[in-house]
Design a protein around this ligand. Structure first.
Ligand code: ADP
Ligand code: MG
Length: 682
């Protein structure tokens, strides 16, 4: 290929070598092994080909809905070929009553099949038989004649240069154990499958390989850490824990909370450092688990700290814990950016002489001058707001790093957690405390706004508080801020009987906190906000969450926002406001939201809808390299197999020093980018 095409491939598809080229897998195949009859078409056909003639053209619809219909027959039946764009071109390019081959995916609508924008070709003898691969291309690529067919040709030529004894990229033992197709065959079959079965085997092999190397990258690092990091053994549960549990626990723990505490307990007894991720949906009671864990540390003579991402959250935690501990011989204090100088001095003192046992606070805890006498445990709430570097700082607070418990309300599907967090152990609270009324969620179109206002008036009359959220795509977008301000003004007008507050990310932290405080105290009854309120603020009296432009918000975030209500005894509501025209994906998102409150179901659905290539930035950067063929939401079983196999290999040869494992090291080097490895950090 010429230098211009090569340059386009570099820029547009990151293809720099023949190897990159053959690693560019088709996204779909057309079954060209035979011609289908129109009567045979069924909903499980993927892409198929028909042979026949166009017998007539007609148009339907007006304006943007205008479309051209080519009536196509195979001699027995007819089917409609539909074109929304390029109508003059189609009319010129294709003649009536001439033999054509039509490819595409049948579209089922209102009880009939049609093809929308199918490919149409003149019959020719040199057609590929079997399955024809389709490759993703960009506009730029197409402009330089690098369309799917051209890629197919280049890939074919590249594969022909592949020696039949091309070096394997997986150890022979693994290939045998998992009965995986050899690399040479897999590469041919993934591009030019002879049949569906061989294609499936090729996919299996390549998927496995990708997940295998993700696990090698992660487990190898984690293993190195493990053997190095000694922890602080905490051999006893301790009297403090027992006393609290017996006399001051305000409620019976849920079974899920009990289970998690047992898991943590088992970690603390060991010689090695705990690195545990605690997932629990909003309101599942993570704070009590945090407290009980801290009491175990204190009972073993250690100090403990709890970090929250914002001042208001830290303060809430502190006040709640202080109350719970008021009749216990345990000292607890709060440290935030606004802690007074005088208090700081005495606080530092009591931390260093060991008289202060529990410290609750914000990032302020991470500052170098905050020194502990004997920090044994650090708990981090809502880890998504904490940067990687900040968590690393926590480690340096003692000569031996403290046990670390990271708590998150963002449910992460298990497969993803295993991959992104590597060897971080995962605990899950999968049960809510009893007696919660599930939040009722409704989706309203813009034209029902009057109903919404009536409902809000009612709720205000009952003494409730209301959130109104405007999603921002970027905090910097002026137009978004305008939406928010307009919303604020209209709420003030319509609900003049109450005070309305407003918070957004452009405000100074102190202003923001003051505004949150006004809402918390009930002074403002409606809070108009951007998504800055997403993280765990607890206002039990707020019972309605209205999300404007909900079509612009991802599922995970919708769920997080909804979690701001439903924290008190009253029935709570979430209202998703959208415009009328919605894409089918958006419709699905809204349907899932109205159907379920289960964060894990939502997270799984989210991953399926978005696909693994489009994960939350934090998680994507957690992957050692990008996935080309494996799919974390579907390939959990393969991931688990790969993990077990890699663990076995690393157990026998932790440094991968043996000759048969040399292949692993060279592959790792080839694949690895400088992506952050999370297992090293938490
Ligand atoms: P989150 O997991 O979102 O941090 P919290 O720890 O804030 O949840 O708990 C939410 C509410 O549920 C709090 O008011 C807490 O006191 C209460 N709670 C926690 N565990 C239980 C339980 N086992 N039984 C009853 N209420 C509980
Ligand atoms: Mg919480």
């Amino acid at each position: 290929m010429g230098p211009k095409k090569a340059e386009i491939l570099n820029k547009e598809a990151e293809i720099y070598s023949l190897y990159d080229l053959i690693q560019t897998f088709p996204y779909r195949y057309i079954d060209r092994s035979r011609f289908y009859k129109i009567a045979e078409i069924s909903s499980n056909n993927t892409h198929i080909q028909l042979r026949g003639k166009i017998v007539a053209f007609s148009t339907k619809g007006e304006g943007r809905a205008k479309r051209l219909i080519a009536h196509f027959t195979d001699g027995n039946d007819t089917i409609e070929l539909v074109f929304f764009k390029g109508i003059p071109f189609v009319l010129k390019a294709y003649q009536l009553n001439t033999e054509y081959i039509v490819f595409g995916k049948p579209n089922y609508f209102n009880g009939v099949y049609s093809f929308v924008h199918p490919d149409i070709e003149q019959p020719s003898e040199e057609r590929t038989q079997g399955f024809m691969p389709l490759y993703h291309t960009t506009e730029k690529m197409k402009n330089h004649f690098l369309h799917s067919k051209a890629l197919q040709k280049f890939i074919f030529l590249a594969l022909k240069q592949l020696p039949t004894d091309v070096a394997e990229t997986l150890p022979q033992s693994v290939l045998n154990k998992r009965k995986l197709m050899p690399l040479y065959d897999a590469l041919w079959q993934i591009h030019f499958p002879q049949n569906m079965q061989l294609l499936e085997q090729a996919r299996e092999r390549l998927r496995y390989e990708e997940l295998f190397y993700i696990q090698v990258a992660i487990l190898r690092q984690a293993g190195l850490m493990r053997s190095k990091q000694k922890g602080h053994p905490m051999p006893q549960v301790g009297d403090i824990f027992h006393t609290f549990y017996r006399d001051f626990l305000p409620f019976e723990l849920t079974n899920a909370q009990k289970k998690v505490i047992k898991e943590i307990r088992a970690d603390l007894v060991r010689e090695t450092q705990m690195n545990r991720l605690l997932q629990g949906d909003v309101g599942s009671g993570k704070t009590m688990v945090a407290l009980l864990t801290m009491l175990m540390a204190v009972g073993n003579g250690f100090q403990a700290c709890l970090l929250a991402p914002t001042e208001i959250l830290a303060t809430q935690h502190y006040e709640g814990l202080f109350k719970l501990l008021k009749d216990m011989p345990v000292s607890i204090r709060l440290l935030t950016g606004s802690t007074k100088k005088k208090d700081r001095v005495s606080l530092h003192q009591s931390l260093q002489d060991g008289s202060l046992q529990i410290l609750v606070g914000t990032h302020a805890i991470l500052e170098d001058e905050v020194k502990f006498a004997n920090l044994g445990l650090a708990i981090i709430d809502e880890q998504h707001r904490f940067g990687v570097a900040q968590r690393a700082k926590m480690w340096a607070k003692n000569h031996r790093p403290p046990h670390v418990l990271v708590m998150t309300a963002t449910p992460i599907p298990r497969t993803l957690a295993m991959t992104v967090y590597g060897d971080l152990d995962v605990s899950v609270i999968d049960e809510l405390p009893p007696g919660r009324k599930p939040i009722q969620t409704y989706h309203l179109f813009e034209n029902k706004r009057a109903n919404l206002h009536r409902f809000v008036h009612e709720q205000l009359q009952q003494g409730r508080q209301i959130y109104v959220v405007y999603p921002l795509i970027k905090e910097s977008e002026k137009s978004d801020l305008k939406d928010l301000e307009a919303g604020f003004e209209s709420m003030q007008k319509i609900f003049s009987e109450v005070e309305v507050g407003m918070v957004h990310g452009k405000m100074k932290p102190a202003e923001k906190d003051a505004e949150m405080q006004r809402f918390l105290s009930g002074e403002t009854r409606i809070l108009v906000a951007t998504t800055v309120i997403e993280v765990g603020v607890n206002v039990p009296n707020a019972s309605v969450m209205i999300i404007e432009n909900a079509e612009r918000v991802g599922l995970a975030q919708l769920h997080q926002l909804r979690g701001r209500v439903g924290r008190g005894a009253d029935q709570s509501y979430c209202v998703l406001m959208t415009k009328y025209e919605l894409s089918s994906d958006t419709r699905k998102r809204l349907e899932i939201m109205t159907e379920t409150n289960d964060g894990f179901r939502i997270a799984e659905a989210d991953m399926k809808l978005r696909g693994p290539g489009d994960l939350d930035g934090t998680m994507q950067s957690g992957l050692p390299f990008t996935l080309r063929i494996a799919n974390l939401s579907n390939d959990g079983v393969v991931l688990q197999q790969a993990r077990v196999d890699v663990q076995e290999i690393l157990q026998a040869d932790p440094m991968l020093a043996s000759p048969e494992n040399a292949i692993l090291l060279s592959q790792l080097k080839y694949r690895a980018t400088d992506a952050v490895n999370w297992s090293l950090i938490s």
